[in-house]
Design a protein around this ligand. Structure first.
Ligand code: UDP
Length: 465
């Protein structure tokens, strides 16, 4: 994708991007930039890579993306590490020698295969705990190795320290570490090698591009949430410039379709306990019984996200809770599992649902960055979200959204949503401020310039090659 398109959004600031592109071309000539993670779709990392790599390639550079594979037992271990890095036990089974054995056994062949094709001029980004164990095997290639950790917590606890201790031997020799915010830098890590790069959203993607109200209605109807399937396809623009169509239905759990005139509150997330979908539902039915707002909980079809073994269980718990509600309460709760067969079609579905919403919620108990927050803010939506992780860097409380100081406090959450439901001028004001915040700080162009600056520093440290 041609970064030239940022000109229309950033105006004069495009000069800086142009300069960055020039520097990038000079610096990375003859080098490949590799990104390795553990899923091609679903979740924030896949979302980021899809766009960022396309822009880097658009500048004329050689950026590549590899996805490791593993058996379910590997992803059980890495999901446990992920949870512990967020400060919670996950399945609680701990991290010992057996886990180390599964972890190393899975990563060894992937690391060896990668080491065969990486050269000493290359740069390799390994994303998250799933790939940290590949660093050692890549060192002999001479490539610059960056470990990018997307998860973290604001105040370390003993579970996080256990996960750090498990991962520390693997990451110690990386050339650099990248965290999303300063609070996420581990205790005891070499700060000289630690960099802060906040994520970004791709405002031109199917997820965030402008969709007119009719297209929104068509897509919401087509996937099965809205009252009428228009029989028409909702159209969107694909990365490659062709027209995409939303043709698939989602798996929807609802008693009645979303009424056309209903105020809609939405959370979009993977089915993950840390996103607390059950808390979002409970707070909604307990605190918001006046008026007629509807709640949409949307997430990916659970079979689709390769590195997340807990999704199906969390969805089932949520549906069980929903089933036990009174008929009247249940009628206002809609759960949508969005097909991931076509990632851009899925993105257009998320886009339409967020745009259909009056308020977007992200009531995570812990959060790395929370791309869904920026996505909704870009669409001018007031967001009620937890004061956790990177959400705090995106929302200025009371100005561009509402931060929940204690995400487990359902009364605070309910009252914040109620306040916005009752006050349309406030929603509009916050929505405008929200979009400005994204424009100023969370565009892909800023993200790329941050990486450029970091890599320039790393290559300078290395000296001429
Ligand atoms: N997402 C999606 N389809 C879904 C559910 C989520 O594309 O059905 C996207 C969502 O729009 C966001 C990403 O997955 O871009 C989630 O990133 P976030 O940082 O919010 O959370 P993570 O999943 O990385 O914890």
């Amino acid at each position: 994708m041609d970064p030239e398109r940022f000109r229309s959004v950033v105006g004069e600031r495009f000069d800086e991007i142009e300069l960055g592109m020039e520097t990038g071309r000079r610096l990375f000539q003859g080098r490949s930039i590799w990104h390795i993670n553990s899923t091609a779709r679903g979740g924030g990392v896949a979302e980021l890579l899809q766009s960022l790599l396309a822009y880097v390639r658009g500048v004329g550079l050689d950026a590549r993306w590899g996805v490791i594979q593993g058996e379910p037992e590997f992803f059980e271990v890495t999901k446990r590490i992920h949870n512990m890095l967020h400060g919670v036990p996950g399945d609680g089974a701990g991290l010992g020698e057996a886990e180390r054995e599964i972890y190393e056994r899975t990563l060894a062949p992937a690391a060896d295969a990668l080491a065969q094709i990486v050269t000493g001029r290359d740069i390799v980004f390994l994303h998250d705990p799933q790939t940290a164990g590949m660093i050692e095997a890549l060192l002999p290639t001479g490539a610059v190795i960056v470990w990018r950790c997307h998860v973290g917590l604001d105040h370390a606890n003993s579970l996080a320290r256990q996960a750090w201790d498990f991962l520390r031997p693997y990451i110690e020799r990386a050339d650099a570490y990248v965290f999303s915010r300063p609070d996420f830098i581990w205790e005891g890590i070499d700060r000289e090698r630690a960099f802060i790069v906040a994520p970004s959203i791709d405002v031109f993607s199917a997820k965030n591009q402008e969709l007119g109200p009719e297209v929104v209605e068509t897509i919401v109807g087509r996937i099965g949430l809205g009252a009428v399937d228009p029989g028409d396809d909702g159209e969107f623009l694909r990365h490659d410039g062709s027209t995409g169509r939303v043709v698939r239905h989602a798996e929807i759990y609802q008693d009645v379709p979303l009424p056309d005139d209903a105020a809609v509150v939405t959370q979009v997330s993977r089915w993950d306990r840390l996103k607390d979908p059950i808390g979002v539902l409970r707070g909604f039915v307990d605190q918001l019984d006046g008026g007629n707002p509807h709640l949409v909980l949307a997430g990916p079809a659970t079979s689709a996200v390769a590195d997340d073994p807990e999704g199906a269980g969390v969805l089932k718990e949520l549906l069980d809770v929903r089933n036990r509600l009174s008929a009247e309460q249940r009628a206002r709760i809609h759960v949508a599992c969005l097909p991931m067969d076509d990632v851009e079609e899925n993105a257009a579905m998320v886009n339409a649902i967020q745009r259909r919403s009056q308020i977007v919620v992200q009531k995570s108990l812990a959060e790395g960055f929370g791309l869904t927050v920026g996505e909704a803010m870009w669409k001018g939506k007031p967001v009620v979200a937890s004061a956790r992780g990177g959400i705090q860097d995106q929302i200025t409380d009371g100005v561009s959204g509402i931060l929940l100081s204690d995400p487990s406090d359902l009364a605070e959450y309910g009252a914040s949503v109620r306040r916005l439901l009752d006050d349309e001028p406030l929603r509009i004001r916050m929505g405008i401020a929200a979009r400005r915040e994204v424009e100023a700080n969370f565009l892909g162009s800023r993200h790329l310039l941050d990486y450029l600056q970091m890599l320039r520093a790393l290559l300078e440290r290395r000296g001429p090659s």
